[in-house]
Every structure is written in C-alpha cells, then in structure tokens.
Ligand binder design. Structure first.
Ligand code: RB5
Length: 147
C-alpha cells in the first residue's frame, strides 16, 4: 500500500510523528509537504494530496491541519475523494468499513501523537465491507458525476 502524507503548518508537528510511525512500521509512504513550520494555505496542500490519490498515484492519503476541518473540506472537493476527519478509533475504523475513506484527516492541534498513531494504524488496517455500503457510495459518486 502506497501512502501519501501532507500537512499545513498547523499539522506539521503531528505529520512528523505520523511519518515516524509509518517508518517504524515499514510502510511505503511519501511526504508531500509542507516541510517547514512557515505558514501555508491548507487548500493547496489538500488539493495536491487529494488529486494524487484520485489519480491513483497513492492508495491512501493522510492530511493534517490545525483542526483537520480545512483539509477535509478542501479534499472532499476533489472528485473520487472520500476524506474522513477521525479523532477516535471507532470513527477511523468505520470510515473504512462503511465509507471506504481513501483520505484520513486529522487535527494536529486537537489530538496527541499516541492517539493519532492508533487512529492511523486502525484506519490503515480496516477493510471496506462493500455490499449496501457500496450502493450508498455509488449514489454519492453518481451525484458527483452529474452535478
Ligand atoms: C491554520 O492556522 C489553521 O487555520 C489550519 O491549520 C486549519 O486548522 C484549518 O482548518
């Protein structure tokens, strides 16, 4: 599984923790920025990662800003992206099982590194259940296609 990770300045510190975690687990990842604590606009970061995931360059993406809200809003504007803001393990698991989320979003100013690591681990392991959930996602995709 190829994973893309990105953050704005508000998520920079947590991104470093997530990158460390992915390295420890031996997972294949790429850090798409930002690379310093200098202020950047989160939509640019979110669109960059989301478009790369939508094109199939990565299987999954992890996006982090201060609250996680800005990157979620922006990433979900990209066709084919299902970005889920998860600050608890249950939501992380369900965002995969029921929503087939391909981008996990986190707030670097909301949760600490230990919880974030557990959320990322659960989210990467959980499988989409398909069935009636696929039917519902098809409705979202059809809306996205035809609007
Ligand atoms: C940046 O200060 C902050 O607004 C951003 O990281 C994010 O929280 C936006 O939703």
């Amino acid at each position: 599984m190829k994973i893309a990770v990105a953050s704005d300045h508000g998520g920079f510190a947590l991104k470093k923790e997530i990158v460390k975690f992915l390295q420890e687990k031996g997972l294949e990842y790429e850090d798409l920025g930002t690379y310093t604590e200098e202020s950047v606009d989160y939509p640019e970061i979110a669109f960059k990662l989301a478009e790369a995931v939508a094109k199939g360059e990565y299987d999954r993406g992890i996006l982090i800003c201060g609250t996680g809200i800005g990157v979620t809003i922006a990433a979900n504007k990209v066709k084919g992206i299902r970005a889920a803001l998860c600050h608890d393990v249950y939501s992380a698991r369900m965002s995969r099982a029921h929503n087939n989320a391909n981008v996990l979003t986190l707030g670097g100013r909301v949760i600490g590194p230990e919880l974030a690591r557990t959320i990322v681990e659960e989210w990467l392991m959980a499988e989409f259940e398909g069935g009636r959930h696929q039917r519902r996602l098809d409705k979202i995709a059809s809306y996205e296609e035809n609007r």
